[in-house]
Design a binder for this molecule. Structure first.
Ligand code: SF4
Length: 383
């Protein structure tokens, strides 16, 4: 049989190298992926998902795809169905997002998170991630897929996204209502809100690009701080949350695949088509989450940003080549350093940031392959 040198063959080779032989017969295999939202179709193509599903079946496992219920219920709209994927699609925390395991986390203002029961109950985990930007922390990949996607909506939205409130950043006693209104109007991104009734000012750190215009407006008063800790907290909690999910699986039953294609600035959950800001790079496979995430970030950094594709929304994108920033820091601001999650995870004992990249089917091998024959329709063949 001719071996094709296309990406599909590379993906098959990576799956083989990952070695699914540790999947036991009848193991229930959770393939955790992001199925997108509304018109956000730039997710992992079902073509590749199907190959992974088939490989799990060949290993003797029972695969199912899992994500948050909204994404699962409308996944058909983006082409993911039981028929196309080859396995069921099941919400991570059940049909009403209420089948959960309360999980002690104890980080910042977050005591517990509600882990998706369906994900928790699986025997094997395949963390199937799409590499893309993320407004809260610069980048979303293998960690975000488990730490945000592995928990029910109240945990995800109220607790994980609320972690930045752990560290005080505004002094109400120093700030008059007039000054608070001035701060609100100083932000070009509309990230500062002020509640007149309760005299409470909030900064939405997920939508803060660290342009520091609010700090300039606050110069004479000094009631506001935009500091690294408010951004770092989110990534630290991602590491904690992912660790808890991974602890529910045996070490031999965790696999990581990351697709570095269609690398958009915002997350798949934004539900819209976006220009790709980094060229397609390929697909990575690993048995360790810290290694694969670090390698992914390094490859994106080496590839660099496609400047002409940067949406106008990024008013303060820093494109100065003399400043050492990751492409996603250039977009989302220097404090949204995407490597932080890997540093926190390494400290939590989740693995090493050191890795060795082994390229499968490099050009020196594929160039020697025979060109396949009869791979396209030369004549009417259906009837
Ligand atoms: S630093 Fe810039 S983006 Fe962030 S809250 Fe202040 S004005 Fe808004």
């Amino acid at each position: 049989m001719h071996q094709s040198c296309c990406l599909a063959t590379k993906v098959d080779t990576i799956i083989k190298a990952l070695d699914f032989s540790t999947i036991a017969k009848n193991d229930k295999v959770a393939i955790k992926m992001h199925l997108g939202f509304k018109d956000g179709y730039q997710t992992i193509p079902v073509f590749f998902v199907r190959r992974i599903v088939d490989a799990v079946k060949q290993a003797g496992g029972w695969p199912f795809i899992t994500d948050n219920p909204t994404a699962v219920y409308n996944a058909y709209y983006r082409g993911y169905t039981q028929e196309t994927c080859g396995c069921p699609l099941i919400p991570a925390a059940g049909v009403k997002d209420g089948y959960v395991y309360e999980t002690k986390v104890g980080y910042g203002n977050v005591e517990t998170l509600d882990m998706g029961g369906v994900l928790h109950d699986a025997d094997v985990l395949i963390d199937l991630s799409h590499a893309k930007g993320h407004n809260s922390c610069g980048y979303g990949g293998a960690f975000k897929n488990l730490a945000l996607g592995g928990y029910s909506a109240p945990s995800r939205w109220n607790k994980i996204h609320g972690i930045e409130e752990t560290f005080p950043y505004w002094d109400p006693d120093k700030c008059t209502p007039d000054h608070a209104r001035e701060l609100v109007s100083s932000c070009p991104y509309g990230s500062i809100k002020y509640d007149e009734k309760t005299h409470k000012l909030t900064v939405g750190f997920s939508d803060c690009y660290q342009c520091m215009e609010c700090i300039e407006a606050d110069k004479s008063v000094g009631c506001l701080r935009i500091s690294q800790e408010n951004f770092s907290a989110f990534q630290s909690l991602l590491a904690h949350g992912a660790k808890k999910v991974l602890e529910t699986f045996d070490d031999t039953k965790k696999f990581f695949l990351t697709f570095l294609i269609e690398i958009t600035p915002f997350c798949d959950c934004w539900g819209l088509a976006q220009p790709c800001v980094v060229n397609d790079i390929g697909v990575l496979g690993s048995r360790n989450i810290v290694a694969i995430e670090t390698a992914t970030l390094d490859l994106i950094k080496n590839e660099g940003i496609i400047e002409k594709n940067i949406p106008l929304l990024f008013k303060h994108a820093n494109l100065d080549p003399g400043i050492d920033l990751h492409p996603f820091q250039r977009l989302f601001g220097p404090m949204k350093n995407p490597y932080l999650v890997t540093q926190f995870a390494e400290k939590l004992g989740m693995g090493s940031r050191s890795y060795e990249l082994v390229e499968v089917l490099p050009a020196c091998e594929t160039v020697k392959m025979e060109i396949p024959e009869e791979q396209f329709e030369r004549q009417p063949s259906f009837y």
